[in-house]
Write a protein that binds this ligand. Structure first.
Ligand code: GAR
Length: 188
């Protein structure tokens, strides 16, 4: 099977969608680890409820980003993780993890990349007055939301308010991410 580790910093609704897709037989994968940089993140409760191992490490507790990522890597190896799936992990991935998982790290981002990378992509999209918003799944490289695009989904904004747009983005993400992972795994 495809052993995946999900990296998340927040609510973890995308972790949940991936977990549910596996349980429902729509995604052939095994969740071996949740990694978070925020020990109070809600994703940890979801991981516990799902019976998935979790690792919460604060980068501030390490001398360097490389040290922080080496500590993560030890756990990834011990759990046998083959893919790193970023789902609301609000940090750049450094050389330690990039070199350990070449072409095996994916991310989901709430904009039509290459437009609006970085934080608050939905706010950026609305502030720019765009008629369309969207979601992108892409391979991770050293840049901020810059790697090769794997899948993209677009929707019309139609003057919706921010909350409605956020709900639409999440609905799309929860369907697009498991489906895209399934395609990716089946072509390996
Ligand atoms: C998602 O909308 C994801 O696209 C976004 O964070 C949210 C996490 O939600 N990621 C980024 O902005 C990455 N630059 P979740 O914790 O409920 O899955």
């Amino acid at each position: 099977t495809n052993k995946i580790a999900v990296f998340a910093s927040g609510s973890g609704s995308n972790f949940q969608a991936i977990h549910d897709a596996i349980r429902n037989g729509k995604l052939a994968a095994e969740l071996v680890l949740v990694v978070t940089d925020k020990p109070d993140a809600y994703v940890l409760r979801r991981a516990a409820a799902a019976g998935v191992e979790a690792l919460a490490l604060r980068p501030q507790d390490f001398i360097s980003k490389a040290d922080y990522e080496r500590a993560i890597l030890i756990e990834l190896h011990s759990q046998g993780a083959e893919w790193l799936v970023l789902a609301g992990y609000m940090r750049l991935i450094g050389p330690v993890l990039l070199e350990a998982y070449p072409n095996r790290i994916v991310n989901i981002h709430p904009s039509l990349l290459p437009e609006f990378p970085g934080k608050d992509a939905i706010g950026q999209t609305l502030a720019a007055g765009r008629e369309e918003a969207g979601v992108t799944v892409h391979f991770v490289d050293a840049g901020m939301d810059t790697g090769p695009i794997i899948a993209q989904r677009t929707f019309r904004l139609d003057n919706r308010d921010r909350q409605t747009v956020e709900e639409a983005v999440h609905r799309i993400e929860h369907e697009l991410y498991p489906a895209t992972l399934q395609k990716l795994f089946s072509r390996q």
